[in-house]
Design a protein around this ligand. Structure first.
Ligand code: ARG
Length: 488
C-alpha cells in the first residue's frame, strides 16, 4: 500500500524537473513574477483537473465565443479566429473520443486547455486568448452552464417519477389503506391519495428547478478577474452564444457569488429528502409485518448468507445517499460563510459537492423510478388494515357534530366508546345498541352509518381530501401540470 508519505517522497524528485522559474509554466496560467516554480505540495493542493475536467465542453464553448468577441473588438484577425476555432473543435472531438487528457503538470481545466491549444496552434496564437478574461469569470460561468444542463437531466427523471406515481395511483383504483400520524393508525386514506402525496413534493422540486433557472440564466462572463473587462469585448454576445439571457450587472458579484450553486444544491437535497421519505416507507411497508408492498425481483437484492432474503437495497441506498446530499449542501454553505468579495480560491470547493450531488441523484432517481413502477401493492392487506386501530373514531365524532353535539363533548363520548371497545376486544361497529346508549344517549343506532370505511372516505370531500372524487381531481390537476411542463 502506498502511503501518503511514500507518495510524497517518490514525488520529491519531480521538484528538480520543474520548469525554469520566472516564466509561465505549462498547464498553469501564471508565473512571470515568481522566482521559483510551485512546490510539489502547493501543486498537489492547487490541482483541480481530477474533477474540473468534466467542464471541458463549457470551456471550449466559452473560448470560441470569447475568440469571436476578441475578433469583433479587433484583437484577433479573421484568419487567426478561424484557425483557433478549428483547433478548439479538434480538441472537442478528441475530448469526446477520450483522446486528450490533462497532464500531471496542469493546474486546472483552463490551464490544461490552453496548453493543448498552444500545442496545436503555437504559443503566440494559443496564448492570446487569455486577453480580456480571467479564470474567475470563466469558472463562475461554467458552473452555471453545468448546473443548467444537469438541471434538465434531473428534471426529466423527476417528471418520469411523477408520471409513474400518477399511473400507479390509477392502477390501485379506490382501495384504502391506513393513514398514519406519528406512524400510528389515524384515519383511512385511499392508496391513490397516499401515492400522490409522494408525487406532489417531486412536482414542487421540478417547479423549484424552473424558478432557479431564471436566476441562473445570467452570465458572469466578461467580469474579468473582478473589475470587468477592459478590452471592449461584448459580454452580451458571449452570453447569448453560451445560452444565457443576460449579463451580470456587477462584475464583483458575478465572479464571487455562488448562491445559484447553493440554491441548486438545496433543490438536489430536497429531492433527496423527499425520495428518502418514500424510500423509508417502501422499506417498512415491504417487511413481513406489513406486507403492503412486494418488491420486484429485478429491483431487490439477496443476502450472501441467508438464502431466503429479499432486500430493499434501492430504497436503502436512496435513503442513505440523501445524507451525502445534505452534506454537500452543508459543506458548500460552510465554505461560503464569511468569504469576502470577490473571487477567493475557496470557491474552487463549489464543484465537487455540485458534481457529487448531481451524480448521486442521477443514479438514485432512475433506480427509484424502476422500483416504483415495478412495485406490487397488496391491496387486500392494506385495505384490511385501513380501519384497524379504531381509525373511524373521528368519523363517529363528526357524526355527533352533525347532530349538534359540540366537538369537545363528541370527542369525550367517542373516547369512552373506544375505551369500551378496547376493553372488550371489539371494533367500534361491534358495540351493541345497549352499550352505545349507555355511553351516551347521542349514540343512537344510526351512528353505525358513520362506522364504515366507505363513509369515512367519502366524507373527506373537501379540496385535497381523500374522498375518491377529490383524489381523481387532484390526479387530474397534477397530470395537467406535468403535461404543461412538457410544453414549456
Ligand atoms: N480552478 C479555480 C476554481 O475552480 C479557478 C481558478 C481561479 N484561480 C485563481 N487563482 N484566480 O475556482
Amino acid at each position: 500500500m502506498v502511503t501518503a508519505e511514500q507518495d510524497f517522497r517518490e514525488a520529491e524528485p519531480r521538484k528538480v524537473e520543474r520548469i525554469v522559474a520566472g516564466q509561465t509554466e505549462e498547464g498553469a496560467l501564471w508565473g512571470g513574477r515568481f522566482s521559483s516554480g510551485p512546490d510539489y505540495t502547493m501543486q498537489r493542493l492547487s490541482k483541480s483537473t481530477h474533477f474540473d475536467w468534466r467542464l471541458v465542453s463549457y470551456d471550449l464553448d466559452a473560448t470560441i465565443a470569447h475568440a469571436r468577441a476578441l475578433a469583433g473588438a479587433g484583437h484577433l484577425t479573421a484568419e487567426d479566429l478561424e484557425t483557433v476555432i478549428a483547433a478548439l473543435e479538434t480538441i472537442r472531438e478528441d475530448y469526446l473520443a477520450d483522446r486528450v487528457h490533462p497532464r500531471e503538470s496542469d493546474e486546472d481545466v483552463h490551464g490544461a486547455l490552453e496548453r493543448i491549444l498552444i500545442e496545436r496552434v503555437g504559443e503566440t496564437l494559443g496564448g492570446s486568448l487569455r486577453a480580456g478574461r480571467s479564470r474567475n469569470d470563466q469558472i463562475a460561468t461554467f458552473v452555471r452552464m453545468y448546473a443548467r444542463d444537469t438541471a434538465r437531466a434531473l428534471r426529466n427523471v423527476l417528471v418520469e417519477c411523477v408520471r409513474i406515481l400518477i399511473q400507479r395511483s390509477e392502477d390501485v383504483g379506490d382501495s384504502a389503506m391506513p393513514g398514519r400520524t406519528h406512524f400510528q393508525h389515524a384515519q383511512p386514506v385511499l392508496v391513490a391519495h397516499y401515492l400522490l402525496a409522494h408525487a406532489w413534493p417531486l412536482m414542487r422540486n421540478i417547479q423549484r428547478l424552473d424558478d432557479w433557472s431564471v436566476r441562473n440564466n445570467v452570465s458572469p462572463y466578461g467580469g474579468g478577474a473582478l473589475a470587468g473587462g477592459g478590452l471592449g469585448l461584448d459580454p452580451q454576445a458571449i452570453a447569448a452564444e453560451l445560452g444565457f439571457e443576460s449579463v451580470q450587472p456587477n462584475s464583483l458579484d458575478g465572479t464571487s457569488s455562488r448562491d445559484v450553486v447553493a440554491e441548486f444544491l438545496y433543490i438536489t437535497t430536497q429531492i433527496g429528502l423527499d425520495v428518502s421519505r418514500l424510500a423509508e416507507e417502501i422499506i417498512i411497508y415491504s417487511s413481513a409485518e406489513f406486507s403492503y408492498f412486494s418488491l420486484h425481483d429485478a429491483f431487490a437484492t439477496g443476502s450472501s448468507m441467508m438464502p431466503q432474503k429479499k432486500n430493499p437495497d434501492i430504497a436503502e441506498l436512496a435513503r442513505g445517499k440523501s445524507g451525502r446530499l445534505v452534506g454537500n449542501l452543508t459543506g458548500l454553505l460552510t465554505t461560503l460563510k464569511g468569504l469576502p468579495l470577490a473571487y477567493n480560491r475557496d470557491l474552487q470547493e463549489d464543484k465537487e459537492p455540485l458534481f457529487d450531488s448531481v451524480d448521486t441523484l442521477l443514479v438514485v432517481l432512475p433506480a427509484m423510478a424502476g422500483l416504483l413502477s415495478s412495485l406490487t401493492f397488496n391491496l387486500e392487506t392494506m385495505e384490511r388494515n385501513a380501519t384497524a386501530g379504531f381509525s373511524l373514531a373521528t368519523d363517529v365524532a363528526d357524526f355527533l357534530v352533525r347532530k349538534g353535539v359540540p366537538f369537545r363533548e363528541a370527542h369525550e363520548i367517542v373516547g369512552a366508546l373506544v375505551s369500551h371497545c378496547e376493553h372488550q376486544g371489539i371494533e367500534l361497529h361491534e358495540a351493541s345498541d345497549e352499550d352505545l346508549a349507555a355511553i351516551s344517549p347521542h349514540l343512537s343506532s344510526d351512528v353505525r352509518s358513520a362506522m364504515t370505511l366507505e363513509a369515512s372516505l367519502s366524507a373527506k370531500s373537501g379540496r385535497g381530501g381523500t374522498a375518491p372524487e377529490q383524489v381523481a381531481k387532484q390526479r387530474a390537476e397534477l397530470a395537467a401540470l406535468v403535461d404543461a411542463l412538457d410544453k414549456s
